[in-house]
Design a protein around this ligand. Structure first.
Ligand SMILES: [Zn+2]
Length: 140
């Protein structure tokens, strides 16, 4: 089992490498602990700009609706990888799904960092807590 898949409440409490670099000494991302940064300090904003730089012209020509079909195909591949893929295959499918989702955001002029921050930056949109305590049957 990778440390990345260990339940957060059982994670070691040593300082996150990201925070060592940034100097606060706190671990802001226990689910991702231990980050192996500085392998890459790419942010969602960086990634959206990267996808835009690489593909924007083609993406706009294809349009959001056709691109959505590509996203659905990738989600199907993610489903297959969840069922029977290797850890490596699963990781690659997550990357593909995120890339196609980002592509659609670019085509529609959605800033993912802004939207994610607005919706999740202050905790769960349902209960407002950083550790959600919404009833199990409520989907945010
Ligand atoms: Zn909640």
């Amino acid at each position: 089992m990778s440390l990345r898949t260990v339940p957060p409440d059982t994670l070691p409490t040593t300082t996150c490498e990201v925070e060592k670099v940034q100097g606060t000494g706190k671990n802001p991302c226990p689910i991702l602990y231990p980050c192996s940064l500085p392998r890459s300090m790419i942010t969602i904003c960086d990634f959206q700009a990267l996808i835009r730089t690489m593909y924007y012209k083609k993406d706009v020509e294809r349009g959001a609706e056709a691109t959505f079909l590509w996203l659905m195909e990738e989600i199907g591949e993610l489903a297959s990888a969840l069922r029977s893929g290797t850890h490596e295959e699963l990781g690659a499918e997550f990357a593909d799904v995120f890339a196609w989702l980002t592509t659609i955001a670019n085509v529609k002029g959605i800033d993912l960092t802004d939207e994610i921050t607005k919706k999740y930056g202050k905790g769960c949109p349902g209960c407002g807590k950083y550790a959600c305590n919404c009833p199990d049957d409520v989907k945010m």
